[in-house]
Design a protein around this ligand. Sequence first.
Ligand SMILES: Cc1cc2nc3c(=O)[nH]c(=O)nc-3n(C[C@H](O)[C@H](O)[C@H](O)COP(=O)(O)OP(=O)(O)OC[C@H]3O[C@@H](n4cnc5c(N)ncnc54)[C@H](O)[C@@H]3O)c2cc1C
Length: 581
Amino acid sequence: MVDKNTASFMRSLCMGQIEEDIILPFPEIPASEKETLRGVISSLEQLLGKRDEQFRKWDRSGEFPPEFVDELRQFGLFGLVIPEDHGGLGFGSAAYSRTLQEVASYDASVAVTVDAHSSIGMRGLLLFGSAEQRAAYYGKLATGEMIAAFCLTEPGSGSDAASIKTTAVRDGDDWILNGNKLWITNGGIADFFTVFAKTGKADDRGHLSAFIVTRDMAGVSSGPHEDKMGIRASSTTTVHLDNVRVPHKNLLGEEGKGFKVAMMILNSGRTGLGGGSVGGMKRLIRLATEQAKGRVQFGKPISEYGLIKQKVGQMVVDCYATEAVVSMVAGFIDQGYKEYAVEAAISKVFASEALNRTADEALQIAGGNGYMCDYPYERMVRDSRINRIFEGTNEILRLFIALTAMNDVGQNLRELAKSLEGVFVDPIKGFGVLSEYALRRAALATGINREGTTFTRLHPALKPQALLFEEGTRDMASAVDRILRKHGRNIIDKQFATRRLGDIMVDLFVASSVLSRVDAALRARGPEKCAHELEIAQTFSAQAKKRIRHNVSEIDANEDEQIKSLADHAFEAEKFPWDTL
Ligand SMILES: Cc1cc2nc3c(=O)[nH]c(=O)nc-3n(C[C@H](O)[C@H](O)[C@H](O)COP(=O)(O)OP(=O)(O)OC[C@H]3O[C@@H](n4cnc5c(N)ncnc54)[C@H](O)[C@@H]3O)c2cc1C
């Protein structure tokens, strides 16, 4: 029986355990929400369909007109995740993510506006709000009378969130907030701000707290609309807090636990960004296939050429895999799992990069047209780029994914070392205490199947892919062992190695999500009707396996030292140091 408070598919996998019960069967959108979701999706078509010209114009002008934001409010787009008894739709993560998918397939700026409100802006209230706080704000947030924003980043503090300088100082029943927040999505249209501030001593790094701040509080202001590369119509501004008096009852979560609050908000909200990425990819596949079939060169539609098929086929695999991994994480959240941070981070990394690849290749298929502003491709390339930067950069997330695994394994190795202490004094007794972990490790190293190290419940048609996955798991175990043995506690500074493990973990979790999704399809429709889904499983598993092998092989044989030396050389010169002239 899986304990949803502690179970994590990837953290178990790093210990050599394939916890099938966590990922099988593939999660479905709850039946109770499907009907409403269908209604929302068809009404969205009326709200956002046939507006392409306007979206293009607003991308150019770099702003939505206020009347359009009013239309989003009237539609109820700001109430997606707010409970029904407070006027929202009460969607769980899967239905929410599916809605964002639909919104993003029309326009990324609209999707980001909704995402910043529901995924991060008001999510702290959803996760940590007191009954009083919820009663005070849910209603207004559901109608969009209040739009929400998440205020963490500052001029001197981006990835290193613990280093923020905004302060909150207790004054009687209030807190006085001072500081400046940077690049806040919805900053110009929001009335509800989840603000992170330092509540510890000046040198007490990381002692943050979260507060609900509203625009009507004296001293709150936002700067001008930022001119940016993509998602241009979405509002991005600075937010300033100048001696803002915030009542103590607006503290969100526990005092001093603000860093945890911020991370839990970001983890829980990742299915919004993921859903948006899937929506963008589906639209790009529609555009690219239509374009390729209509464009004739050398006497044939370019869709008939292998190099174009290669791009479109890969887009399909990427899109299916992204939808699988995002749905899997949404399913974890909806089923009440608590430890899904690593999996959510993986879904964000994979989704944002798959969307980027797809947008780039779709533009390439459109050739010169793709580069022209009359076509949607260049805008979609620009719009998609932000996903690798915000809500945690993909570099930081890769480090987080891999370091969590190594920390877990490191702890187990320490326990293992402890249990082996007496082994030479009393070998028999020593073997008796060999932990479950050590036995699984031995099984993984030797390739001998032990309970829990193989798939047993996947559809038989997926047997070859299950074997590839199990091999990948063994590769990962050997990668973790080798990296830990090589670098030990210095691992924190060994980012080349950590990135490799991060990539391996991304591949394994996405592969497991694909297998689970195809398994569900096979069971529902039978292998004859799932030929293409089987091809996706075959392709993704084989591609992932090759990438994993490559990453493992690079742990010992690589050019890391040369690359580092060249980087240092460039840093020193602050330019490319050679010239042919
Ligand atoms: C359009 C837009 C909207 C945004 N919306 C919001 C919002 O609503 N709320 C909010 O709070 N913030 C928001 N942000 C801020 C965003 O979350 C940050 O930009 C992001 O966290 C990265 O911080 P940074 O830009 O300061 O980059 P930095 O942290 O300075 O990083 C620069 C580069 O260095 C890398 N890097 C940093 N540290 C390390 C390390 N230890 N090891 C290896 N590499 C490292 C990063 O991955 C990145 O590639 C938004 C940003 C943009 C552009």
